[in-house]
Write a protein that binds this ligand. Structure first.
Ligand SMILES: [Zn+2]
Length: 88
């Protein structure tokens, strides 16, 4: 199921809900794809967007993926940074 999520500070986010987890598919206005990293584990697909940071992981907005702590984990599936690949 797809639906338009919240209208946030940097655009309209399209979301998908699977098993009570909400995934962001894309926004109308996005950060540069090369700055966004997607979790590659099966059934995840979480995208780290530096414009948003990761509230659950206490990562503030504007933090680049490369600057995330090495022990940072995917907020959806718990994968390490090594599971992520750039979108760009
Ligand atoms: Zn993940």
């Amino acid at each position: 199921m797809e639906f338009i999520g919240a209208i946030l500070d940097n655009g309209i986010w399209k979301m998908r809900k699977v098993n009570n987890n909400v995934f962001i598919i894309r926004s109308v206005k996005m950060a540069e794809p090369a700055e966004m990293y997607q979790c590659q584990t099966t059934n995840c697909g979480y995208i780290y967007n530096p414009d948003k940071g990761d509230r659950k992981g206490k990562i503030s907005k504007g933090t680049k993926f490369e600057d995330l702590p090495e022990d940072w984990k995917c907020p959806i599936c718990g994968a390490s940074k090594k599971a992520f690949r750039p979108l760009g």
